[in-house]
Structure formats: C-alpha cells, structure tokens
Design a binder for this molecule. Structure first.
Ligand SMILES: N[C@@H](Cc1ccc(O)cc1)C(=O)NCC(=O)O
Length: 653
C-alpha cells in the first residue's frame, strides 16, 4: 500500500494553505462582483428593476449549473489541477472583461458622463458574465475535491477540519468583498467626467481573481495530483445504459433477480466500475429531497426585506450571514459537536444535515411569528370588495356627512375620517392638505393650490424640518417620523398668523413598533442550519465518492442548490398566499416533511469507505496478489517520477 508523506505543518499538508487562500480570493472576487452587479444594471446600463433582477438571477442560476461541466472536464479529461487552472484563466478574463465594460469613457464621445453606445457596454458585460459563470461554477466542484485529495487516509480528522476552514474562507472572502465593493463604487472616477466608480468596484474583484490563480499556481509543486482514468463519465453513461437495456431484455420472471439493477451490467462492464457507479447513485438518490433546504435558504434574503422592517438596510444584511458563519463554524466544530460526542450520541453526518434542515424550518416559523406581529401594526387595508374613502374637514365647525343611502360620518373641524364601505369609490389620500386661502410652497414639494392636496411624499426616518412659504410670509415646523408610518398634515388658513402652530398632524399608518432585533433569531437559526447542512454536505459528498468521481459528486451536491434556486423562481411565478406569515409556515411545514423523508432515507444509508470497497472488488476480481502487486509496482514507478518532479516524500508500508 502506498502512502504519500507530503510536506506537513501541524498535521496538515502545506499544499492546503494555497488552496484555502485561492478559495478566499476567488469568493472575494465572486461575491464582490455580485454585490454591485444589480447597481451596475440599474444605474449604469439604466435597465429597469425587473430586467436587472431577471438577468441577475439568470446569472446566479448559470453559476450553479456550470459545476457539472467542470466536474466532467476534471474527472474525465484534464484532471482537477489543470481544470482549475484553465477555468480560472477563463474566470479572470471574464472579470477583466466585466471591469472594462464599466468604463463609461470608452464610448462617451460627447463627454457628458453617460456612455453613448450602450450596446457595446451590454455586449461586453454579458460576455464577461458568461465567462465568469463558466469559471466560477466550473472550478467550484474541483477546488473542494482537490483540497480533499491532499489528505491521506490517516488524516480523516484533519480532512473534516479542512472542509470547515474551507467554508470559513468562503465566508471571510464574501464578507470583506460585500463590505468593500459598494464603497469602491461610491467613489468618483473617470477620464473626462467624474462618475460613480464601477471600474474600481469590478476591477478589484478582477485583481483578486488573478491573485487567486497566481496563488494556486504557486502551490503547484506541492499538490498531490491524480490524473483521470480515461473518460469516466462516458463509461458511466454507457454502463448505466447497458444495465437498463439488459434488465429490460431479461424482464421475464424466469431470469433470476439480481441484488442491484446495476448488476445487469455485469456481463459487459468491469465490476469495479459498477461498484463505483452504485456508490455515486446511492448518494445522488439521497440528495433528491435536499433542494428544499436551499429553497428556504435562498428566500432568507427576502425575509429580511419584508414590510419595510429594515428601512434602507438590506445591503448591510448581506453581511450578517458570513459574520454568523465565521462565528458559528468554530463554535460547532470545537464546542457543540465534541460535546454531543462526549454525551455518547452518534451525531452522524446525515443526522447533522437533518437537524440543519429543521433549524431552517424553525427560522421560517420565527419569521412567521414576527410577520404576525408586524401585521398587527398595519392598518386594515380594503379587501377586494371594498374601497377606502378619506374625508378632510377644513371647515370651521364639525360637519355631518351622509353617504347615501344610510352611512354617516361625523367629522370635527380640521379632522380626518377614514371610512371603509362596501362598493363605494376610492379616493387618494394625501400628505399635505392646503386649507390656506392661497398657493403654498413647502420645502422639497411643488406648490399647492388652495384646498388642494399633495401626493404622499417619501421622507427619511427621524426628525425632519419643513418650511412653508407664501410670498414674503413663511413659518417652519418639525416632525419626527417612524419607519413605515404615514401622515397627513392639515394646514389651516391661520397658518402664518400662529407660526405653523395650528398645523394638525394625522397619523394614517402607525410606525413599525416591531423591533428589527426580532430578526436576529431567524438569521441565527438559518445560519446554524447552513453550518450543519452545508458544511457537512460538502464533507459527506467528498468522503462517500469513489476516487475517480469526487468532482462529479461535488457537482451533484452543488446541483441541489441549483434546483433549490429554480424552485424559488417557480414559486415566485406561481404567486403568493394572501398572508405572508402563512407562506412562511407553509415553507416551514414543507421542509419539516422533507426532513422526515430524508431522515428515513438516511436511516437506510450505510456509510462506506470507497477506497476499501474498491480494494475489495479488486481482490474479488482476482487482481490479488500478482496483479495487484503489478498495479502497485506500476503505481510505485509513477509515484517515484512524481516524487522526483515535485519533491514529494514517499514511503511504502
Ligand atoms: N454562506 C454562504 C455565502 C453567503 C454570503 C452572503 C450572503 O448574503 C449569503 C450567503 C456560503 O458559504 N456559500 C457557499 C459558497 O460556496 O459560496
């Protein structure tokens, strides 16, 4: 048996350092670019909101579909090392193309600060995005699997830690870039005119991608590299196709049953290949319910935007997830999991993933509870069979208003009555009602004619000052506004004589009384779920894959995320439940149901050591002792060459 003793530090292969730094830079590049992408679409290309978000989602979906391509290239053709290098070059070219597409001066011939040829910028940025999607998705299943390949059998503990550190690096990169790139965009730059600095915001991620590639190449001499054993994916497809055909050819009950349907390929295909396909299919079958987790996870971002709870903070909320990951991964790894183990409980990977799903479901229950609280603070909106009428009394005494045939309102002088009735007509509410005898000018608003109203105007939360003017006369007043509130100001004819004192304020909608801290439990729950589910899934996909299909199984794992994203898009198209909290509860219940199904499937799953099974099949095939000896000698020679090439120490035990 051959064992590599690669250069080590604290029990870890040194080559790992290059891989995690590479991942950090790559994720910085990816998330940094993503953080300013929609802003670029909206304010540089001047696309509307719908187009900008559609193209953004299409890009993200493409990034999750390309891992299949990368895995096939790596496992069937180039090997992981070369695939990572070539696709990283494609990725870096994509990032540079994207950065160039954001330089407005390239087509700004009239120097007015806006590009003259939008087609050029759109074409270049779309080309950049396609290259980025190909690169980021393509290398994704290879980098994690290549990292795993650096460890030897006796380093299983370090291998698990590696996947946690790998996840930490992903989130450290995403955290820093999400903080930095929007700040870079806010700078001003340009050759002819100074504009928002998109070239810098996209240029820095491009530089980080180049650094990522350089770091990966720098570690070249230290990696354990395994070459693909021929076009494995093609062999897998042919073998599965033959098994299905053969099974149908022998469907009569006179043929004895075989233990597994893949055994119908025994006549033509190598037992080892069949055993490897069985291992992969078993895991892929287990993955069928998993997209539901990602469906909830990917909606999490919209939870924090609900009902204007956060006002203008969604951008900052993007950093909450990576911050929590950076805190929770070490706590789980160093404290919670060892503690559970000490209690004598077997918290196996599939159990962890099930618990992770339950945490995500709890996050949605928590979101539903908060939503119910928010709903209590909202006014009663008219239903589809009702309309709302607002009557403002600017007359000097109380008025009796009758709405035919028999509905009555009593409105005090300078009072407002909001009235909901079936099948009446609706009126538009207002922000300022001018009861003064002449036109009025109010700061930041158009002038209002007598007895006219303004539209609702959005103002920032906090204390705001208003100045009212008519010719030489003026007065000012201040009011404090709460998030989500809505007010109407009634201006009487005496407004200037009493220095704005007589302005009446009517609260149409109460400010949000639900504190935004109530969102913290949701974020905490969903991120705890992510740590248990996603980090474990990454490790599990590597450990249960046969040696020659590690990238393929990583791609299968990433595919669960892609399907989850697609479900989110379908759900968004299909429409929503009338009550938001009911929708959250529906998703939570679906995930609980899915996690129950998954736990049953997991119960019947037997953990395997792929290397052991492969050795056993070889033995059964009679490769031992002579042929295995021969294979071992061949491997020895190959490894000796590698050792000379890379300075890797090699020992035979
Ligand atoms: N936790 C995610 C990254 C992330 C960052 C910021 C957000 O608002 C949401 C998610 C993660 O680790 N994803 C895995 C990956 O490979 O990117």
């Amino acid at each position: 048996m051959l064992v590599y003793l690669t250069a080590e530090c604290c029990g870890y292969p040194i080559s790992i350092f290059f891989i995690v730094v590479n991942e950090f830079c790559e994720r910085f590049s990816y998330y940094g670019m993503r953080a300013v992408l929609v802003l670029y679409f909206r304010y540089f290309l001047l696309w509307d909101d719908d187009l900008a978000t559609s193209i953004y989602h299409a890009f993200v979906a493409l990034c999750y579909l390309t891992p299949i391509l990368g895995a096939i290239i790596a496992d069937s053709w180039l090997g992981k090392f070369k695939t990572i290098i070539y696709l990283s070059i494609v990725y870096a070219i994509g990032q540079v193309t994207m950065a160039i597409s954001t330089i407005h001066d390239i087509t700004d011939a009239n120097r007015d600060g806006t590009p003259d040829n939008f087609t050029f910028h759109i074409a270049l940025s779309m080309l950049g995005l396609i290259l980025i999607a190909l690169g980021t998705g393509g290398i994704k299943p290879c980098v994690a699997a290549f990292g795993g390949d650096q460890f030897q059998e006796h380093q299983s503990r370090q291998l698990n830690t590696f996947f946690s550190v790998f996840y930490l690096c992903i989130n450290a990169g995403s955290l820093l870039s999400t903080l930095i790139t929007p700040v870079l965009r806010a700078q001003e730059c340009g050759i002819h005119t100074q504009q928002q600095c998109y070239p810098l915001a996209f240029g820095v991620p491009a530089v980080l991608m180049v650094i990522s590639l350089v770091v990966f190449i720098a570690g070249s001499g230290m990696y354990v590299k395994t070459d693909p054993e021929g076009n494995i994916m093609w062999s897998v497809c042919k073998c599965i196709g033959f098994a299905i055909k053969n099974r149908f050819r022998h469907r009569s009950s006179s043929y004895p049953k075989r233990e597994h349907w893949m055994d119908w390929a025994n006549e033509k295909y190598d037992k080892l290949l069949i055993a490897q396909i069985k291992m992969v299919l078993k895991v892929l079958f287990l993955y069928i319910p998993l997209p539901m987790f990602w469906t909830l996870f990917d909606q999490k971002v919209s939870i924090c935007h609900f009902s204007g709870l956060l006002g203008g903070l969604p951008d900052q909320m993007q950093t909450v997830n990576p911050i929590l990951i950076l805190t929770l991964v070490p706590i789980m790894d160093r404290l919670i999991f060892p503690l559970i183990q000490k209690c004598g409980l077997n918290f196996s990977p599939l159990k962890r993933m099930t618990v992770g799903m339950l945490f995500a479901a709890m996050a949605f229950v928590s979101a539903a509870l908060v939503q119910i609280e928010i709903d209590k603070t909202l006014p009663n909106f008219p239903s589809s069979s009702e309309s709302q009428l607002k009557v403002v009394n600017t007359y000097s005494t109380t008025l009796n208003v009758t709405i035919s045939p028999n509905e009555h309102l009593l409105i005090e002088s300078f009072g407002v009555q909001l009235h909901t009735s079936k099948h009446t007509y609706s009126t538009i509410s207002c922000m300022f009602v001018n009861g003064y005898t002449a036109d009025l000018n109010i700061t930041n608003l158009d002038s209002i004619e007598p007895s006219a109203t303004t539209n609702y105007t959005l103002v920032n939360q906090g204390k705001r000052d208003f100045v009212l003017r008519h010719g030489e006369q003026w007065c000012e007043f201040s009011r404090k506004f709460g998030f989500g509130a809505s007010y109407t100001f009634l201006i009487p004819s005496t407004v200037f004589s009493d220095d704005c004192e007589s302005i009446t304020e009517v609260e149409d909608m109460k400010p949000n009384s639900v504190h935004m801290a109530l969102q913290i439990p949701q974020y905490f729950l969903i991120t705890t779920g992510e740590v248990m589910f996603s980090v474990t899934g990454l490790q599990f996909s590597y450990s249960q894959a046969p040696k020659n299909m590690k990238s393929v199984l990583q791609a299968g794992w990433l595919c669960t995320n892609a399907v989850g994203n697609i479900i989110v898009l379908i759900v968004a198209e299909l429409g929503k439940l009338p009550k938001q909290w009911a929708e959250y509860l529906l998703f939570a219940s679906l995930l609980v149901a899915v996690s129950i199904i998954f736990s049953i499937m997991a119960y019947f799953y037997t953990y395997i050591d792929p290397a052991e099974i492969e050795a056993q099949v070889r033995k059964e095939q009679g490769l031992e002792p002579e042929e295995m000896e021969k294979e071992t000698l061949e491997m020895e020679e190959k490894d000796e060459d590698q050792k000379n090439e890379q300075g890797v120490k090699q020992t035979k035990i």
